[in-house]
Write a protein that binds this ligand. Structure first.
Ligand code: FES
Ligand SMILES: [Fe+2]
Length: 321
């Protein structure tokens, strides 16, 4: 039973794998949305995502399956399926039953992540996730990739960006930062600025958080240094989210760059852990007691409502004291 009064998976793009986990010609079993899926990359270099359960006798295509050309071959009786999920080959039969197919999922590969689109009613994607041009480029240190499972709902994690008050207690701001929201359909940018205090030093801080749907966020820190964090939140089961974050620090501060990068990476990991401990142990308050500095939370809940089919509760107008 869920702790949350809304569906477990909002309709959105979600990361199902990092690109480096699925080299050309390989297969990866993944668990997400309470289902078993398989990711494979054809000899043409294109990643594909299918339901993992073979319609023949139910083997998991991701466990022992192999890539043949741009198809996946089942480990049990060697039936083959294309990226569209249609069976193309049965080694001992010319006759391929019309029902010999598995569901195929929309795929986008963005900045080292393989994303698929979940829609409760199986609708096609209505938006795309844009590439982040700087990520992984020569002026930046090589990104590092991190993952932690968090017992919560993606909506709770997404609300964090709009919850300006918590940046003081959790993220080292001296006082509540200023936030400006720019909503554009399923995309929103939140520009945050304020003053940080780290190791006794004060810095002017600024960042932009770009959310594209409920599962993908790009945080671009511009002050006091430049940093990109790609945040991918994927519902695995009810009330369990795989929280991937990829950290890319711009090459700066000359020879001090490497230790600086290590310091920043540790800091981001620690901040995620602090947030996660709160998410895992809080309850969702449908009608929170908000003061007027916290109207961003109500804005967020209204925006996030668009990712649910048929339920209105998640975006109910919040009380502002
Ligand atoms: S179970 Fe997949 S080919 Fe038989
Ligand atoms: Fe946070």
């Amino acid at each position: 039973m869920s702790r949350f009064p809304f569906p477990p998976v909002p309709n959105s793009w979600y990361a199902v794998a990092w690109s480096h986990d699925v080299p050309r010609g390989t297969v990866l079993p993944v668990r997400c949305f309470g289902q078993d899926l398989v990711v494979f990359r054809g000899e043409d270099g294109i990643p594909r995502v299918l339901d993992a359960m073979c319609p023949h006798l139910g083997a998991n295509l991701g466990v022992g399956g192999k890539v043949v050309g741009n198809q996946i071959e089942c480990p049990f009786h060697a039936w083959r399926f294309g990226g569209d999920g249609v069976c193309t080959h049965i080694p001992y039969s010319q006759n391929i039953p019309g029902k010999a197919r598995v569901a195929c999922w929309p795929v986008q590969e963005v900045n080292g992540h393989i994303l698929t689109y979940f829609h409760r009613d199986k609708h096609e994607p209505t938006f795309e996730v844009p590439l982040v041009p700087g990520f992984g480029a020569a002026q930046w240190h090589a990104p590092t990739f991190h993952s932690v499972n968090v017992k919560t709902h993606v909506q709770e994690m997404n609300e964090n960006i709009f919850d300006v008050a918590h940046f003081v207690k959790v993220h080292h701001y001296r006082e509540m930062p200023t936030a400006t929201e720019h909503i554009d359909g399923p995309h929103v940018r939140v520009a945050l600025s304020g003053e940080l205090e780290v190791l006794g030093h004060r810095f002017t801080a600024a960042n932009d958080a770009y959310m594209h749907g409920a599962g993908w966020t790009v945080i671009h820190v511009t002050k006091p240094f430049e940093l990109l964090v790609l945040v991918a939140k994927t519902p695995v089961e009810v009330d369990l989210v795989q929280h991937r974050f990829a950290i890319c620090v711009r090459r700066q501060f000359g020879p001090a760059g490497w230790p600086f990068r290590a310091f920043i990476t540790r800091q981001v990991i620690a901040d995620v852990a602090t947030d996660a401990a709160i998410w895992e142990n809080k309850r969702y308050v449908e009608r929170p007691l908000l003061v007027k500095q916290e109207t961003g939370i109500a804005t967020f809940r209204r925006w996030h409502q668009q990712f649910y089919s048929g339920r209105q509760e998640a975006g109910r107008q919040q009380d502002v004291a």
